[in-house]
Design a protein around this ligand. Structure first.
Ligand code: CS2
Length: 496
């Protein structure tokens, strides 16, 4: 079979339009999410309204996608998987490719180049270099510390973005930095950590003024479930398009993007590609981060501890549905001011369908990955709202307990066959703080007091005790018993 390229792309298989030769955007984080989301919206926007918006994309460390895309004239396909069938189309909007770890100076130069007017980021929650304890720039992180001492040779994401903007300040061309990660107020957060970095590294006043006055950081809510690529993805694309694509991206059909219209130097016509321009982005973010992502984490950890390899298999278990529904009804929904005219019942229905999509093969371990950082966006705020209202958030406590047992099982507890697939950056530190714990309760308390969660949440004994109890129930009687215990307790939630 011929390799995918400009010449071999089948007629009619192009998604939206190709970008022109010039770049207008830089993107950091060339993983599957970007390639099935922002890049797809860009291809469709270019079909609606041409413009110089080719993307110069940088992978963080891995060469795999860059090597494969280079061999395919920058092209790859998106494979949509639903219960109704499969569909593939080719995306062609990347006009420069690089690996950040190999050539950070090329990234800095691309950010500084006036022709590039938007920097988009999908660096995951981990990339924002924030302290789990207070959400500010994590000056205890080794890379951040090194970058603050030598800001001209950065290696952390925020150090690199700050460096790019500092160099750009010399030409003064306005720019937009657009976070496409699952963080509450992702634009505000990005501005805050970049600005903190510039101050802490003693950036000159003209750089600070440039970033303050000429760089915008719109908030955006991004949504599309995008699993990892497998050999099955390559085979499916081969069957559908008749070409050999070595870096296709599987994705669900559903896609959503809500953006604040705060662009310093223009943007592609993403609204004509279905993106929603709104002044209520933060409300959409809350809906998505809690109802989808928070529930997703609960499904993932309950599933992992129940021996379920995929989200669809986990969601098929009645005990998982009961726990997630209780969590949404009693612990997430009461904490959200919904956007105007938002149809919450239809949204919850669509979530249920999306999680049930067994064609996707979305792994519980993928959603369980990076829990120490992802949960911070999902659990502490709603938990604090309940606690301040005198209620114990039992299902949020269960989410944390599930994470602890999945990534750092107490002695004698078997977390099942899928727990080992989870990538967890805090694994070593978790093992360190729990070493020698007298039992599952003490084990859990050691994690809770180990600096992994915000100080103001850990200060609530009602919460830490409940998490510790649930870890003990999981250790003694299994995850189903713990989920039942948490669901039974919701009717009786007052802190005694
Ligand atoms: C998931 C998200 O891995 C996770 O934590 O909750 O990646 C989720 O699939 C996307 O945010 C959906 O938009």
């Amino acid at each position: 079979m011929l390799r995918l390229s400009r010449q071999t792309t089948p007629t009619g298989a192009l998604l939206g339009a190709s970008a022109g030769d010039a770049t207008g955007m830089v993107h950091l984080g060339l993983g599957n999410f970007h390639r099935a989301h922002t890049a797809v919206y860009t291809a469709q926007a270019l079909a609606a309204e041409p413009g110089e918006w080719g993307i110069h994309g940088f992978a963080n460390r891995s060469h795999d996608v860059v090597t494969a895309m280079r061999a395919q004239d920058g092209r790859y396909s998106v494979l949509e998987l639903s219960e109704r069938g499969r569909r593939a189309a080719v995306v062609d909007v990347h006009r420069g490719l690089g690996v950040l770890a190999d050539e950070p100076e090329a990234f800095v130069a691309a950010v500084a180049a006036p022709a590039n007017r938007i920097l988009t980021l999908t660096v995951s929650e981990v990339g924002y270099c924030r302290s789990p304890r207070n959400g500010r720039l994590d000056v205890d992180d080794d890379d951040v510390r090194a970058d603050l001492a030598d800001p001209a040779n950065p290696r952390s994401t925020i150090g690199l973005v700050a460096r790019g903007l500092a160099v750009r300040a010399a030409n003064g061309a306005p720019m937009t930095v657009l976070s496409c990660d699952n963080l509450q107020s992702n634009g505000h957060v990005t501005r805050a950590v970049v600005t903190e970095f510039l101050h802490a590294s003693s950036a000159p006043e003209d750089v600070l003024a440039f970033v303050r006055d000429h760089v915008t950081f719109p908030n955006s809510m991004v949504d599309r479930i995008v699993p990892s690529t497998t050999s099955g993805t390559v085979t499916d694309v081969g069957e559908l398009l008749g070409v050999d694509d070595r870096c296709p991206v599987p994705a669900e059909e559903f896609t959503m993007w809500v953006l604040e219209d705060d662009f310093a130097a223009g943007r592609p016509a993403w609204d004509r590609a279905g993106a929603i321009i709104s002044d209520e982005v933060e409300a959409y973010e809350l809906v998505k981060l809690r109802l989808l992502n928070g529930s997703h984490s609960l499904i993932a950890y309950l599933g992992i501890l129940d021996g379920q390899g995929t989200i669809a298999d986990a969601w098929a278990q009645p005990f998982v549905r009961d726990a997630v529904r209780a969590c949404i009804t009693h612990e997430y929904l009461p904490t959200i001011a919904l956007p105007r005219d938002f149809g919450v019942d239809a949204y919850l229905d669509s979530l249920s369908h999306r999680w049930a999509n067994s064609a996707l093969g979305h792994r519980t371990s993928q959603v369980g990955t990076d829990g120490s950082v992802k949960l911070l966006q999902r659990v502490p705020e709603p938990a604090l709202i309940a606690l301040r209202d005198g209620k114990i958030p039992h299902l949020l406590a269960l989410t944390v307990a599930g994470w602890i047992v999945s990534v750092a099982p107490p002695a004698g507890v078997d977390a099942g066959p899928y727990a080992g697939e989870i990538r967890e950056p805090a694994r070593d530190r978790l093992a360190e703080v729990t070493r020698g714990a007298a039992g599952p309760r003490e084990h859990a308390l050691a994690v809770l007091r180990g600096g992994f969660l915000p100080d103001d949440l850990v200060a609530h004994d009602a919460f830490t005790d409940r998490v510790a109890d649930l870890v003990a129930v999981i250790a003694r009687s299994g995850i189903r018993a713990a989920a039942q215990d948490a669901v039974d307790a919701v009717d009786n939630r007052r802190v005694s």
